[in-house]
Design a protein around this ligand. Structure first.
Ligand SMILES: NC(=O)c1ccc[n+]([C@@H]2O[C@H](COP(=O)([O-])OP(=O)(O)OC[C@H]3O[C@@H](n4cnc5c(N)ncnc54)[C@H](OP(=O)(O)O)[C@@H]3O)[C@@H](O)[C@H]2O)c1
Length: 215
């Protein structure tokens, strides 16, 4: 499958490496493809990886991932061209974090709204699925922790798109995927990121993930 990942940061690179390891063709998108900041990543993944603008990346991908600075999602999507997302699945891994008061961040939107729903409004013909936003990038692919893989949560308005993303999560090494229902579930998943950051600061350990204990 051709996967287009909008983003050039740690998350885009980790997910891109994961998809390429699984045999998919991956393009990472950035505002400045000529900056050279993705050269090392391209070298690591070899022929399976390429780099383009946001527009080229959205055009390329049969499945798309949004891995941009959360508060810049709208700018990134608009510069890519919303028509290039139509009819496709977009996995939204972003968090709308506000660092204006330093660490730990707070949320720029919440309670009655989420970044994922804002993206869905920008892209009404796209199946937005929220996932991966509650785990650090180093554990997104094959999250082998001493207690076993954590759980992963997803939500979205299209059942088939969620089935497809659940399969991707299984392929990435997440056997337990909890579906919260509609995309408004992102109002709960995005704050979990802040809980994760504050827990990491308290524990001095960023390699942590959430798991629901069940009877
Ligand atoms: N870091 C983690 O472990 C982690 C875990 C879970 C979720 N997340 C979330 O995943 C997303 C990506 O995180 P990250 O740490 O990899 O990278 P990041 O530094 O949050 O974002 C980098 C990306 O955002 C783009 N960007 C920044 N400002 C922009 C603007 N004004 N307009 C358009 N695009 C802009 C950059 O474009 P250029 O390529 O042009 O510079 C780059 O591709 C974030 O929303 C983050 O909260 C992060």
């Amino acid at each position: 499958v051709k996967v287009g990942i909008l983003g050039s940061g740690d998350v885009a690179q980790s997910l891109g490496t994961g998809f390429a390891t699984l045999g998919h063709d991956v393009k990472l998108g950035t505002r400045d493809p000529k900056s050279g900041k993705l050269d090392a990543w391209k070298k690591r993944v070899g022929a399976k990886g390429s780099v383009g603008t946001f527009a080229e990346t959205a055009e390329f991908g049969e499945i798309l991932v949004l891995a941009t600075l959360g508060v810049a999602n709208r700018d990134a999507v608009r510069s890519a061209g919303p028509e290039r997302f139509a009819g496709k699945i977009l996995i939204d891994v972003t968090n709308p974090l506000d660092f204006s008061k330093g660490m730990p961040p707070s949320l720029a939107v919440g309670h009655t709204e989420s970044a994922a729903e804002q993206v869905q409004r920008e892209l009404p013909k796209t199946h937005v699925v929220k996932s991966f936003n509650i785990i650090g990038h180093t554990l997104m692919f094959r999250p082998n922790l001493p207690g076993g893989p954590p759980d992963m949560w997803i939500c979205g308005n299209d059942a088939k798109a969620k089935q497809r993303v659940t399969q991707i999560l299984h392929d990435f090494g997440w056997p337990s995927v909890i579906d919260l229902g509609g995309l408004d579930g992102a109002r709960l998943l995005e704050p979990l990121c802040v809980l994760w950051v504050r827990s990491a600061l308290a524990l001095g350990n960023w390699e942590t993930g959430f798991k629901l204990l069940r009877k």
